[in-house]
Design a protein around this ligand. Structure first.
Ligand SMILES: *Cc1c(COP(=O)(O)O)cnc(C)c1O
Length: 365
């Protein structure tokens, strides 16, 4: 490179594939003495007169994370203190008494927020079977917001995002997709018609079970401004350390998702027809598998306490394999089987995972 040629900017090539984007976006410019990584900026305030001004409005470490996730989802990203803080900022947009359509099997925190807002007269929640496209389309009619998870947590049902988004837009509703399970590597909801993508960054994006963080992504500039306004006012901002850890996690997202998915596919193959199970649910992609123990809750509780490698813990999307019986939570819908154990398949050796899990299943007899 000659002295006066402009430094190539890492994010200047839109044709790059997602794995390249994940590695290269949100870096300092390629200039002498620039660090390769964005530093952790600990600042509550900035010298006046620029774009940043105050720590609740902006932080360069958030911005680097937001540039990467925004590029992967195809929109502009806002980071939040947690996934539920991001969910709250979106639900806050809904007008007084307006209708929100959401899957009956949404994440329990989302269901609890909807129930809480409904009990205080803020909105009306209509919970639907997200796999019944005709019924969901009919429910869109007088809705202000149509909320998706696909796959749902932990039932792993899939929604027809394109068809339902078109119906929602025809009815004047906004479409929101919680893309935590699929990640932008396996599904990009904005390209399917969604207005806003929600992430619990806590899960796959950060990926190491050491961060709580959330994010929203939209390609609608007006919505971006409104959502940024909510974050500024609610103060639901991440810390710079969390943003840096999440950014570091994003750099390897493609490798982790690839490995978790291939492990999950192999485990599903081996678990299918297992005599201890009445059901193996898997949408065909991603690293989450739900198994239903034929002997119900007691067998499921025994299983999660019998393994050596698999860790009994809530949450998902970390490098380590974890699992839990979801109905141990009171808020989990009664339509989720008592004996359902959700597996978050990690990136360990698949034979080790299988030996541990199948050994524990055999011990249940
Ligand atoms: C965990 C989770 C959330 C909430 O995110 P937090 O970071 O725990 O606040 C939202 N949606 C889904 C699908 C989740 O799995």
């Amino acid at each position: 490179m000659t002295e006066d040629s402009p430094a190539p900017q890492p994010s200047a090539t839109p044709a790059w594939k997602p794995s390249t984007v994940a590695v290269t976006t949100g870096r300092p410019p390629h200039e002498p003495d620039q660090p390769l990584n964005v530093p952790i900026t600990t600042a509550s305030t900035y010298v006046a007169g620029g774009d940043l001004e105050y720590g609740r409005y902006a932080n360069p470490t958030w911005t680097a994370f937001e540039d990467v996730l925004g590029a992967l989802e195809g929109g502009r990203c806002l980071s939040f203190a947690s996934g539920l803080a991001a969910v709250a900022a979106v639900l806050d947009l809904v007008g007084q008494g307006a209708k929100v359509v959401a899957p009956a099997h949404s994440y329990t925190g989302t269901l609890l927020q909807l129930a809480d807002l409904e009990s205080r007269g803020r909105l009306v929640a209509e919970l639907v079977d997200i796999t019944d496209t005709d019924a969901v389309v009919a429910a869109c009619d007088d809705a202000a917001l149509v909320w998706f998870e696909s796959p749902t947590n932990p039932a792993l049902e899939l929604a027809d995002i394109e068809t339902i988004s078109a119906a929602a837009h025809a009815a004047g509703a906004h479409v929101v997709v919680d893309n935590t399970f699929a990640t932008p590597l396996l599904q990009t909801p904005l390209a399917l018609g969604a207005d806003i993508v929600v992430h619990s960054v806590t899960k796959y994006l950060a990926g190491h079970s050491d961060v709580l963080m959330g994010a929203l992504v939209t390609s609608d500039d007006a919505l971006y401004d409104v959502l940024k306004g909510r974050r500024d006012l609610l103060g639901s901002t991440p810390g710079p350390f969390e943003a840096w850890l999440a950014l570091r996690g994003l750099r390897t997202l493609h490798l982790r998702v690839e490995r978790a998915q291939s492990n999950a596919q192999e485990l599903v193959r081996r678990l299918s027809g297992h005599p201890a199970l009445s059901e193996v649910r898997y949408p065909g992609f991603g690293g989450i598998v739900s198994i239903v123990l034929a002997q119900g809750a007691p067998a499921a509780d025994l299983l999660v306490h019998t393994t050596r490698l698999w860790v009994h813990a809530t949450s998902l999307g970390g490098v380590e394999s974890t699992f839990e019986r979801r109905r141990r939570w009171k808020a989990e819908p009664a339509t989720i089987p008592e004996g359902l154990v959700r597996l978050s398949v990690g990136i360990e050796d698949v034979d080790d995972l299988w030996d541990d899990l199948s050994g524990a299943l055999e011990g249940l007899d």
